[in-house]
Design a binder for this molecule. Structure first.
Ligand code: GAP
Length: 464
């Protein structure tokens, strides 16, 4: 059998990865074929978590704001758009191969991990020289025999027609942002937006990444939630600060611990070709502090380049002053998979209980938890079973609910703890006497007795 392509996962992530697989959050991609490197499926609970994150993001940044509209642009854009955006020329990584085991690595990562110094700003030959001079070992086989570092474009290619010739080359988008710039003119011509305003989009992006096995942190197919916020040039500093605050507020809203989220300013010499200022929100992942989200001041670079490459005039006219100008752009960008990984790492706890037993629990904020309420009959048999089903049917029309009638109640609680379900309801013999149930809180494990006719109201309060 061929060597499995499922990447070996870094030690620090193993408990979270194991839980994700065991409980149906995230599976390795194409597993029955031995895996397909750096691809993953989101299982039944992963997809719910993802949907809750995306819905909350849309509600927060589009639905609740007067200055935002949405877009769902295509994955395949005119190939010239990627020349205009600078991706054809400049969206590259430096890669290096181990001659002994044929392992392929990002040269900057190899240097950073071996020497604990940044390779940013190094030329290809400087990188090769650093690897040779310091006798850096191959992380896979330990050999010190590498090829020269060379440039590798991160965009996936495909062909538009049956001929498959180079003339039909198209790219899968490596960022969602460009679709927004391409439709900027359509949006100002067909809606009543006024600068300053933003366009939000959620969608897939693709990058041919080499990864060091950090699970869904760096994958080749992922989702971005991006905003291009159009402003006058002189507004950029204050708009940047206010978006930075909104991004921190978002992290609070989804329940990430404040102490795990930090800012990292990009030094001038490391800025992307389009950016005059970039600040990352970095998160303390188990494998180290790494980029979660980014905020960039993209100036008027993209709109001007698309005007130039397409030959289409792209300008905004102020409806009152009739002033014409090309807006500048502040771009807050959020990766969906990284959000999920941060949420899972933040929520994960192996807790020692008073009786010495261990429980694994995900302390998700109720608003993003995949299942909100689980309903258990103490016994399968009627009348408890049918009463529990009746309550379950009522609750599932409002929230994502689970029904579980198998095994001891303690085991059922543990199952829901691992899914991060905030509340469990048990229907027992007392229910049949006085129409009350027990409501158990995931975090405190405390149980209270509440009347069935107040269940919806009490849960609504708690799940707010
Ligand atoms: N439009 C700007 C842009 O794409 P980026 O920093 O390259 O900027 C934005 O990507 C966000 O997308 C990152 O902050 C991260 O959350 C996510 N992201 C980028 N590459 C990723 C990958 N290979 N796998 C998972 N998420 C990724």
């Amino acid at each position: 059998m061929e060597e499995a392509l499922i990447p070996s996962i870094q030690e620090s992530l193993k408990p979270v990865v194991a839980l994700c697989k065991r409980r149906g959050f995230i599976y390795p991609g194409s597993e029955i074929y031995g895996g397909f490197a750096n691809t993953y499926s989101f299982g039944p609970y992963g997809v719910e978590l993802k949907k809750n994150v995306k819905d909350l993001w849309w509600k927060t940044f589009v639905q609740k704001r007067k200055d935002m509209v949405g877009l769902d642009g295509p994955i395949l854009l005119h190939p010239k758009a990627w020349a205009a955006s600078g991706h054809v020329e400049g969206f590259n990584d430096a890669l290096i191969d181990c001659k002994a085991c044929k392992g392929r690595f990002r040269c900057d990562h190899l240097i950073e991990e071996a020497l604990h110094k940044s390779a940013d700003g190094m030329t290809l030959s400087e990188m090769t020289e650093t690897v040779i001079k310091n006798k850096i070992k191959c992380p896979k086989c330990g050999a010190t025999d590498f090829t020269e570092a060379r440039v590798f474009n991160l965009m996936f290619h495909t062909h538009m027609s049956k001929t498959g010739s180079d003339g039909d080359l198209a790219y899968l988008r490596p960022e969602t942002a460009q679709a927004i710039f391409l439709d900027f003119k359509n949006i100002i011509d067909t809606t009543r937006v006024r600068v300053p305003f933003g366009v939000a989009q959620i969608g897939k992006a693709f990058r041919n990444e080499i990864t060091p096995g950090n699970f869904v942190f760096r994958v080749i197919e992922f989702e971005q939630m991006e905003i291009e916020y159009f402003i006058r040039e002189n507004e950029w500093k204050s708009t940047f600060i206010s978006w930075l605050k909104s991004m921190h507020d978002w992290c609070d809203l989804i329940g990430l611990k404040k102490t795990h989220v930090h800012e990292k300013e990009h030094p001038k010499e490391q800025l992307s070709h389009y950016s005059k200022r970039t600040v990352d929100l970095v998160y303390d992942f188990p494998f180290g502090r790494s980029e979660l989200y980014g905020l960039a001041y993209r100036t008027d670079f993209d709109l001007k380049r698309h005007a130039e490459f397409s030959g289409t005039k792209i300008e905004y006219t102020d409806p009152e002053t009739k002033e014409k100008f090309v807006p500048h752009v502040i771009e807050p960008t959020f990766g969906v998979e990284r959000t999920l990984l941060a949420l899972l790492c933040d929520a994960y706890e192996e807790e020692k209980l008073e009786n010495g037993e261990m429980r694994t629990v995900l302390h998700f904020a109720p608003r993003i938890a995949p299942v909100k309420v689980a309903v258990f009959p103490l016994m399968k048999k009627d009348p408890l079973g049918s009463k529990a089903l009746q309550i379950f049917e009522q609750l599932r029309s409002i929230w994502a609910c689970e029904y579980d009638e198998s095994g001891a109640i303690g085991k059922r609680y543990r199952r829901q703890d691992e899914l991060g379900t905030p509340f469990c309801i048990t229907i027992d013999f007392e229910t049949m006497e006085n129409d009350t149930v027990t409501l158990r809180d995931r975090d405190t494990m405390k149980q209270e007795r509440i009347p069935v006719n107040q269940l919806v109201q009490i849960l609504s309060e708690k799940l707010k």
